[in-house]
Structures are given as C-alpha cells and as structure tokens.
Design a protein around this ligand. Structure first.
Ligand code: PEP
Ligand code: MG
Length: 592
C-alpha cells in the first residue's frame, strides 16, 4: 500500500518568474478545456479519493445542467431546453457511473482516464447502431463527459468571480481580460502553462503586485485542485506538495525581499535624481483607475501610460462617452498637477473585445490592433477622444496613440481629434486646447522615421515590449522563443537611440513605458541613451528610484557609449549588470 509521502509527491517546476514574492496555498484550477487530461496510474489506496472526486464532479455537473436548463428555458422556451433532460439522464445513468467506479480498481488509473475509456465504449457502441435517435445519444454522452472532465480538473473561467477561499490560480492561459478581474484577497498568486514576461497577463500580475510564474508548459495538467503549492514568482519556481525545508528556505527568501522592499519604501518622497543632479521623470503605468492609489503610494510623479483598453474588456456594452469621461476625470483629478498619459484603445494582440466583432486572426499582434482598429471604427475611437478631451481641463492629461507605423496614421488620428474638438466647441463643452498629443514608438518603422513623425507630435513614448517583438520577430507571448526576446539586442539599442536623439533635435521629449524600463538592470542604459521619462508598474517604482539615486549621469552616458560598440545582447546585458552590481548589489541579489 502506498504511504502518504508517495501519494503527496513533491514536484518542482521552473518557469519564468514575472512578478516576485513567495506564497503557498491550495491550487484552484482554471480550465476551459474539458478534453484535455493526463493519464496517471494510481494505487489501490488512492481509489477512494478518486471516487470522491468523481462524485463531487457529478454533483457539480448535475447542478450546472439544471441551471443551464433553467436559463435556456427562460430565454427560448421550455421545449428547447429538453436537450438537457437527455444530458441529465447521462449523469444519472447508474450503469455508466458504476462502471467508472469499478474501473478505478481494475485499471488502476485516475478517474479522468477511466471516465474517458468507459464513456468512449458507450459512444462507440451507440454509433454502431443503425438508429438516428441512439446516435444522437452518443453526442450527449460526449458533451456530458466533457463537462464532468471540466469539473474534475477545475472550473470554467467565469467561476473566478466566485472564489471563496484564498488560493493559487493555475491555468493553461489566463487572458488579460480574466487577469483584470482577479480579486487580490482571494488569488494569492498565479501560474500558467504559456506566457512570457511581457505578455499583458504578466504585466497585470505586476500591477496587482501578486507573485506569478508563466511558461510552465504543462503545469495545468500536472496539478489537481486543492494540491498545496509554493510559488516563488521572482525565481519562477513552483513546488507542488512543498516540504518543511522548502517552506523554511523560501520563507527566508521572502523575508529578505520584504525587508529590502520596506527599506526602498523609505525613498518614496525622495527625488528620482542621480548623484550628480540629473533628474529623471519617474512615472507609473496603470491598467485600471483603481491602480491610482498604488501609484500615489509608490511615490511616482505621474502616469506615463494608462492602458485604457481594460475599461472595455469583460463587459457586455461599450463604455459610453459619459462613463469614460468620468473615469478619466477621476484619474486626472487624483494625479493633478502630475501628468496622466492616456493611451487610446490598444485592442487586438492579446486583448480582445467580445462585443464588437474582432475576427480571429492568424497573427493578431500584427493584425487589426490598436490604432488600426480605432481608425477603422471611428465612432468607437471618437467616443474615447471626446471623453478624454472633456476630462482634459480638469487635470494634466496627455493623449497617446499606440502602434503607430507611419505618419499617415498620426495625421488621420489627429484629424479625428480635430473633429472631436470642433464638436465640443460647437456644444460649448470646455477642454484643454493645448493638450499634448504623443505617439508610442513600438514599431521599427516608427523608430526609423522618427524625424518624419516628430514635427506632428508633442512627445514619444518607447513601447519596448512591442518594439522588441516587432524588431526581432519574436512573439512576445510565446514562451518557446522567450530566449530570443532580447531588449538589449544591438538593433533595439540603436532604434531607441535614434528615436530619442531625433526627438531631442525636434525639441520633444521621449519616455519609456515598456517593461524594459521597469527592469532595474536596464535603467542606467535608458538614462544614458537619453530618455526623459521612465514609466513602470507602481510596485517597481522604488527599485528603479534606488538605481537612479545611486547612479551618476556621467556613468550612464559612458555605459550607453560602451554598449553602442558591442555586438550582442549578452555582452550588453553583462555591461548593464556590472554597473548595477556595483551600484546596488543587494538589488541584484534579489533579482537573481
Ligand atoms: C509596449 O509595447 O511596450 C507597451 C508599453 O504597450 P503594451 O505592453 O500595452 O503593448
Ligand atoms: Mg505596445
């Protein structure tokens, strides 16, 4: 008979740590895929546990079917809901259920495997019969089996909102729209099979300040609901059934991280200034208006990127002009006199709207995204532009267009903005006539033609997440090629330098709001290349400030000069690391 230790085997997996912090908690599996399961051998001692899991899943399935039947009945009539009678018959079919239970002992496999074997046997038998009615029953059995599988492995994603216990969320993928609905008091951390540090889900984890690991390949089928796990979101380590030693050693890691964090918090009111007096505008990125509290607490001196698309995700209707204006006004007032850069809708890529038809594309990051979508949907775009204008005189708002690839797009967007201004003037609605308008430099063509774009805008902001993806042809959310995703590639450094230099020649400033700016290792390089603003997740503001305050501007300039002569991303990263190691060794220890 297997002993307890064998049943609760310790498993350690390493993925990509994208948001630091150590936590432990029970797994909550989030799955939308009922066809996927892992075949696992079990001992006789595990049979009762598998039977209990099966019974729980049957109860949940029955409850869901009754609920769906009720909803469908209400919506389109009781007669159309009768299909669910057939589904309920499958759940209550004792011969199928008993066969699964008996199969656990004879096959010595987990319940998912046995359920699959038994239900497929029924399906194949029904499909062989020359009777349409019975053939349809085969489809019912497959549907219900899928639903039971889903309940065995976890729950559908919509159940996120109903979490009652603190847990560690494990999922194949967690779309940004789902991540945005996470309740921090319930979700201690999350871990996903796919993803990379610059996926919007990872960015959201840092904004929420909860530990997270992505790129764990198959973790969602390796753990079961309720398994205890330990997550180190800095190192990217996930341990299922952690030992006492794990808890102790990772506890120490977390304690030193927290003590460093609180020493950094003391910098809150200090200026973001180098030792030789060079001031850097240190701002923060936000996804939701509620993030502003954290921004204020972090000591950031503005909002360098407000990703407004989150206002549009996970909802049934588009936000109206009034609703948007109220939200932008709230953020503007809260931050005034500090600036807030409102980025217009950046839908597409990995953020989709369920309401407006957004076709499924082969290459969504290179498809109908951001400004392309907005220019094709002028009503949606103009609603947002009017809302921003209406809030603009109530604080210090700036507007920014994402994903600009050519001057033509800037001119078209500005034309629509002018139309909105005319409409507001005609209605005597006040707005800031001088509101600055900038663009994101995140496509190589924009970085290379900065001299054509600069005369038409008030500022540039470097979107390094996309700039790296588009320059190096590396999908930013694909963990398989994450090793090729190199912000210090010589091509990236040159594009950044070109945009900044050209901006300065035309008298406009350049910020950096991609994740590269939030990596303390890269901060001296960006400063040396001449960025005027650094905008990062609120949780990273103190780390970045520490680096700035230990740095001399002359060292940063020297670093940039040295780096421009180097040949590989690796060499450049090492130079950046050497400098930060010298300035703040304790930070590097934390980042290692
Ligand atoms: C970027 O691309 O660097 C950026 C800041 O925008 P996003 O991450 O939202 O694409
Ligand atoms: Mg971008």
């Amino acid at each position: 008979m297997a002993n307890k230790a064998e049943l609760n085997r310790r498993v350690e997996r390493v993925g990509i740590g994208v948001s630091p912090g150590v936590v432990t908690g029970p797994v909550f599996l989030l799955t939308t895929d009922g066809d996927r399961y892992v075949e696992r051998s079990i001992s006789e001692a595990e049979v009762p546990r598998e039977v209990a899991r099966f019974e729980d899943a049957l109860i949940a399935t029955r409850r869901q079917l009754h609920e769906v039947q009720r909803q469908v009945g209400e919506a389109i009539g009781r007669e159309n809901a009768s299909i669910f009678d057939a589904h309920l018959l499958v759940v209550d079919d004792r011969s199928l259920v008993d066969e699964v239970v008996r199969g656990l002992s004879s096959y010595k496999k987990n319940v998912e495997t046995v359920l699959h074997i038994v239900s497929e046997r029924y399906v194949q038998a029904l499909l062989r019969v020359e009777d349409d009615y019975l053939r349809e029953r085969a489809a019912d059995i497959r549907d219900v089996t899928r639903r039971i599988m889903r309940n065995l492995s976890g729950v559908s994603s919509s159940a996120l909102a109903t979490l009652s216990q603190p847990c560690v969320l494990v999922a194949k993928d967690l779309p940004p729209s789902e991540a945005a609905t996470i309740d921090k008091t319930k979700v201690l951390a999350f871990a996903t099979d796919v993803g990379s540090p610059t996926s919007h889900t990872a960015i959201m984890a840092r904004a929420l300040n909860i530990p997270a690991i992505v790129g764990l390949h198959d973790i969602s089928v390796r753990v079961s609901r309720g398994d205890p796990v330990l997550i180190d979101g800095g190192k990217g380590v996930l341990i299922v059934h952690p030992s006492e030693d794990d808890l102790e050693s990772y506890g120490k890691v977390e304690a030193s991280r927290r003590s460093l964090q609180s020493s950094l918090d003391e910098l809150r009111d200090e200026p973001a200034e180098t030792l030789d007096g060079y001031h850097v505008h240190l701002s923060s990125n936000i996804e939701l208006p509620t993030d502003v509290d954290q921004v204020v607490a972090s000591g950031a001196s503005g909002i360098g990127l407000y990703r407004t698309e989150y206002l549009f995700l996970s909802r049934k209707e588009l936000p109206s002009e009034d609703e948007q204006a109220a939200v932008y006004e709230q953020v503007a007032r809260r931050m005034a006199p500090a600036h807030v850069i409102i980025r217009t809708l950046d839908l597409g890529g990995d953020k989709f709207l369920s309401l407006v038809k957004m076709p499924q594309e082969m290459n969504p990051f290179m498809g109908w995204r951001a400004i392309r979508f907005c220019l094709a949907q002028p009503e949606i775009f103009k609603t947002q532009l009017r809302a921003v204008l209406r809030a603009s005189h109530l604080g210090n708002l700036k507007l920014m267009y994402p994903m600009i690839s050519s001057l033509d797009e800037v001119l078209k967007a500005n034309l629509l903005l002018d139309e909105c201004k005319d409409e507001l003037r005609a209605q005597n609605i006040p707005f800031d006539e001088e509101m600055d308008v900038g663009i994101m430099i995140e496509i190589p063509s924009a970085a290379l033609t900065a001299h054509l774009l600069a005369p038409h805008v008030d500022f540039f902001s470097l979107g390094t997440n996309d700039l790296v993806q588009y320059t190096l042809a590396v999908d930013r959310v694909n963990e398989r090629i994450a090793y090729l995703y190199q912000p210090t590639h010589p091509a990236i450094v040159r594009l950044i330098k070109n945009a900044i230099d050209v901006g300065h020649q035309h008298g406009i400033w350049t910020g950096a709001c991609g994740e590269m700016a939030g990596n303390p290792l890269m901060v001296p390089l960006l400063i040396g290349l001449g960025v005027d603003e650094i905008s990062v997740s609120a949780s990273v503001v103190p780390l970045v400030k520490r680096v700035i305050r230990r740095l001399r501007y002359s060292e940063a300039e020297q670093l940039a000069d040295t780096v421009l002569a180097l040949e590989s991303a690796h060499e450049i990263t090492e130079k950046c690391r050497e400098l930060v190691q010298r300035l703040t060794p304790e930070l590097l220890e934390l980042l290692a």
